[in-house]
Design a protein around this ligand. Structure first.
Ligand code: TRH
Length: 390
């Protein structure tokens, strides 16, 4: 969509309000916070972020004080959206209004949008899916039933014709400048493991397949070093190693497996975990995207939905990612991802046999994904084309 990404100097300094309702976990605010920072830092927009759960936000950005109604962090104004009808201390309507993931805007805010002389550009930011239909629905307009307002649906995606996914301008440069020894000293109090070890990061929901996988790593011929951010999978690690808690700072060993529990870090530091590992297990939406930019093989634990609605999304992502692999590596990756998402038992030996091919593919896939353009750039282009003149 944006072969020519908009440059900050060519972009008017717009006011932008983003509304985010946290459903669960970290993904909703994770995506909104990343987008807010990018619009502010890369385009100079004045961004205000309405969030209904500041405690979850605090985990991603410790500077956020969960007791404050209004505050600023990293150049973004943050409002505690304490009630669905609440629309800030003053009813200031921005030039650009983003409702994330179909959260409903406060009725008074929508009414004021309709009264504004220059109507705001109103965007509903959808969840990411790699499915083909996304390109057809991306940027479709939806006129408001009562007001002279139009909202458009902006779809993140993994294929041409979609909104793409977020990627900061300096991300590749930061990845290439990653100081691995410093990271290992800070987070694991030691030097990076030798080349004979496979380093795996594990960020996942509770997963019945994890016990089998831990046992395979323990009993394998190659040393495995596991990096586990504290969270929903930690209980399974504690049970496996027979320790009361697998809390940050814990190290446990069994056979060829050494596992380190890590503290949850602020969002800008999350990528370094992915860069430190050889293979990344990620989940949800935002960490799934970051794993793709890390240019390392990855395994996705997709957010489970009712009626298995997530399974076509899993297969769509697999189709993009494995496209250039040979039939055997492709089938093995599919088997492993399916097993990690509830269909079968993961077979590490089968999966890791294709490691070199997966590494090459992870790098080429990141290049293909980048060709769609970064979501923030695509969104800015979309907004500028719809901004009322005058
Ligand atoms: O937390 P998630 O599972 O989030 C979600 C939500 O469940 C949401 O409702 C659902 O719709 C969506 O998934 C699909 O996974 P995700 O999206 O990867 O978000 C995790 C965020 O946490 C991501 O921004 C990275 C960040 N993070 C840190 O900042 N520090 C850390 O130490 C870790 C482990 C993660």
């Amino acid at each position: 969509m944006s072969e020519q990404p908009p440059t900050p100097s060519a972009t008017p300094e717009l006011a932008c309000d983003i509304f985010c309702a946290v459903i669960d976990n970290f993904g909703d605010i994770g995506v909104c916070w990343r987008l807010a920072r990018q619009l502010q830092a890369e385009y100079g927009w004045r961004v205000r972020l309405f969030v209904d759960d500041l405690k979850v936000f605090h985990a991603l950005c410790p500077a956020v004080d969960a007791t404050l109604a209004r505050q600023e962090a990293l150049g973004v104004v943050i409002e505690h959206w304490h009630d669905p009808a609440h629309a800030g201390d003053r009813l200031d309507i921005a030039d650009v209004v983003i409702e994330a993931f179909a959260c409903e805007l406060p009725p008074a805010y929508v009414a004021a949008m309709a009264r504004r002389a220059r109507k705001p550009v109103w965007v509903n930011l959808e969840y990411l899916s790699g499915e083909d239909w996304v390109a057809d629905f991306h940027t479709r307009p939806s006129p408001h039933p009562r007001y002279p307002l139009e909202k458009t649906f902006f779809f993140p995606g993994l294929g041409a014709g979609t909104g793409g996914v977020l990627k900061e301008r300096d991300l590749d440069a930061r990845r290439l400048a990653f100081d691995a020894p410093a990271w290992w000293r800070e987070h694991v109090q030691g030097e990076p493991p030798g080349a004979d070890s496979t380093v795996i990061s594990l960020f996942a929901y509770e997963n019945p397949a994890v016990d089998s996988l831990l046992a395979q790593w323990r009993d394998g011929a190659e040393p495995v070093v596991l990096l586990v951010p504290e969270g929903r999978i930690s209980g399974a690690l504690a049970r496996f190693f027979g320790v009361p808690r697998f809390a940050a700072g814990t190290t446990a060993r069994a056979g060829a497996l050494r596992a380190h529990a890590l503290g949850f870090v602020e969002q800008p530091r999350f990528d370094a975990l992915l860069w430190a590992a050889d293979i990344n297990f990620v989940r949800g939406e935002d960490s799934f995207v970051r794993a793709q930019w890390a240019c390392k093989p990855f395994v996705w634990h997709i957010y489970p939905q009712a009626d298995d609605a997530h399974l076509p999304k899993l297969d769509a992502a697999l189709a993009h990612y494995t496209q250039a692999l040979d039939a055997s590596a492709r089938a093995s990756t599919e088997r492993f991802w399916h097993a990690w998402n509830g269909a079968g038992t993961p077979d590490w030996a089968d999966f890791s046999r294709h490691r070199r091919a997966q590494e090459a593919r992870a790098a080429s896939w990141a290049g293909e994904l980048a060709a769609i353009g970064d979501l923030a750039a695509n969104l800015v282009t979309h907004v500028l084309a719809r901004l009322p003149r005058g």
